[in-house]
Design a protein around this ligand. Structure first.
Ligand SMILES: [Zn+2]
Length: 149
């Protein structure tokens, strides 16, 4: 007899403990409740009484199919929960990766700004240097001419 939870009653079983109500999930008696010893799973004292009359043929045919369907859906649900957890893990890793890439991007943008500034400063510096040198050169040429003349 397959069952999961149970309810304690005021009836004593053969070994003097409170008997419990359980639900059968076997194909012959799906959902049918029975009274048994608390230690039923381990054999117990053998106390056993059906609480309800047998199911009709229709219920005996339909209920096991529905139970199999429920079990299949439970299995699918477990897999979906597992997949969801895996996707959440992947998502966390991607968020971390995205943060790193965003930081790299910020650094590259800063580098780009520096490079642009250098592209302005260096030609300006060369221009200024050229102007200074050409003035000095011009000055020395004119000084040389003065000496010759
Ligand atoms: Zn017992």
């Amino acid at each position: 007899m397959s069952e999961s939870s149970h309810t304690t009653t005021s009836i004593d079983c053969y070994c003097g403990r409170r008997a419990v109500i359980r639900t059968s999930w076997m194909n012959e008696n799906p959902g049918r409740r029975f009274l048994s010893c608390l230690n039923y799973k381990d054999g117990g004292c053998g106390y056993f009484h059906w609480q309800e009359s047998p199911l009709c043929d229709r219920a005996r045919t339909i209920i096991p199919g529905l139970l199999r369907k429920i079990n299949r859906l439970d299995d699918e649900n477990k897999k979906l929960i597992e997949n969801k957890q895996n996707l959440e893990e992947i998502n966390k890793k991607l968020i971390e990766r995205n943060k790193i890439l965003a930081e790299r991007n910020r650094n590259l943008v800063q580098e780009k700004k520096k490079m642009r500034l250098m592209l302005v400063i260096i030609p300006l510096g060369f221009s200024l240097l050229w102007m200074i040198l050409s003035k000095m050169n011009f000055g020395s040429k004119s000084a040389g001419l003065e000496m010759i003349g």
